[in-house]
Design a protein around this ligand. Structure first.
Ligand code: NAI
Length: 354
């Protein structure tokens, strides 16, 4: 699109160093990101991007926007609009808009149908299992998998785990989502009920301390705990560390064993960070293409319309969403039917019954 681009990580463990290096060497994109960077470096890289005085932000989780609105407020006046990729970022942005602190319009890419129905469901479903299998080599068939959160990611994960032969338990706090999980054929239980039964726990809630002290205490020896939600707060890792009294060691790459009093061992994957990005390669390009098409077309829209928009969170226009679906179908060589004139007329009338 003709922009000058500056890039940083949106999660300390999610960068692929070879990709970051190639972006610098072959594409001249200023890239501030290292896999496994510490907290301080992660935030200093965000600041380095902001120091380039951006006119537009494309965020994933809302850390960049938050730093801009707190520590770098004098750069806000240059920004005309932004986009946000993920559920957690959209939740934070809506909180900012409700609190009247958001200083420019942001498009919630996550909420486009061609994003969350596919990327979150099929992308997270597949790549989360991929990350867990690559680092543990566990046998899913016959195991009990506990999934916390039956949102778009949780639905995808439950389907994949079931397809691989697991018994799936789902925990939820939303009655509608819980009902859907039950009718999709999962066992819906409280986390307290799930902990003594689970072999593998996966959190995808976007919330914090979903698995905590009382849950660790009731887990089976050898239980595996992973997170695929955006931030590393879904599992209360400090509480796990305190329980183990610091008795923790890496037993395989991305697998850390915590030894609890009495000898019970619990295995935490990828420091509780997005397991699909830390231990595998994230979503396949075949699903990210739709998310990034939404990003690109939304940026074009914002460039043209930002002046007419309020400092609020916006939904991707329906025609962009439909265009992305059309393009994706075409790339898959899938033809669909079109309405006949008679059908179009029938759908517009109210007087014609049986
Ligand atoms: P969503 O909002 O559709 O679903 C989250 C679900 O978790 C909701 O149904 C909610 O009721 C439930 N929940 C909240 N607190 C809970 C608790 N204490 N116990 C049980 N359930 C609880 O969100 P979505 O799209 O499924 O995303 C979930 C998380 O995954 C977000 O943090 C999102 O940013 C992240 N994400 C990660 C990806 C990855 O590559 N690993 C890709 C896309 C999203």
């Amino acid at each position: 699109g003709g922009a000058e681009v500056y890039l940083c990580g949106s999660n300390p463990l999610s960068t692929q160093d070879d990709v970051a290096a190639a972006l610098v060497a072959h594409y001249g994109v200023a890239t501030y990101a290292i896999k496994g960077e510490d907290h301080k470096t992660y935030y200093s890289h965000i600041v380095s991007c902001i120091d380039a005085r951006p006119h537009l932000t494309m965020d994933d989780g809302c850390d960049l926007v938050t730093v801009l609105h707190t520590k770098k407020r004098n750069f806000l006046r240059d920004v005309f609009a932004g986009t946000e990729e993920t559920s957690t970022g959209v939740t934070r942005l809506r909180a900012m808009a409700a609190g009247k602190v958001l200083r420019y319009p942001v498009m919630a890419i996550n909420d486009a149908d061609t994003k969350h129905l596919f990327d979150n469901r099929y992308g997270t479903g597949q790549s989360t299992m991929d990350g867990i299998l690559r680092c543990t080599n566990m046998l899913v068939a016959g195991s009990t998998v506990v999934i916390a959160g039956y949102g778009w990611c949780g639905r995808g994960l439950a389907t994949r785990a079931k397809g691989m032969g697991a018994t799936v338990l789902v925990t939820e706090i939303d009655p509608l989502r819980a009902l859907e999980a039950a009718m999709d054929g999962n066992q819906v239980v409280s986390m307290a009920e799930a902990v003594p039964r689970g072999d593998l726990f996966i959190t995808v809630t976007g919330n914090k301390s979903v698995i905590r002290r009382e849950h660790f205490l009731a887990m089976k020896d050898g239980a595996i705990i992973a997170n695929s939600g955006h931030f590393n707060v879904e599992i209360d890792i400090p509480a796990l560390d305190r329980l183990a009294g610091g008795r923790r060691r890496e037993v395989r790459p991305f697998v850390e064993e915590f030894r609890l009093p009495g000898g019970k061992r619990l295995h935490l994957l990828a420091e509780g960070r997005l397991i699909n990005l830390a231990a595998a390669e994230g979503h396949p390009a075949m699903v990210m293409d739709m998310s990034f098409a939404n990003q690109a077309l939304s940026v074009e829209y914002l460039r043209k319309k930002a002046k007419t928009l309020k400092k609020d969170v916006y939904i991707v226009p329906r025609d962009i969403d439909a265009e992305v679906a059309r393009l994706k179908l075409r790339s898959m060589n899938v033809d669909i039917d079109t309405l006949t004139t008679e059908q179009e007329r029938y759908l517009r009338t109210w007087s014609e019954g049986t």
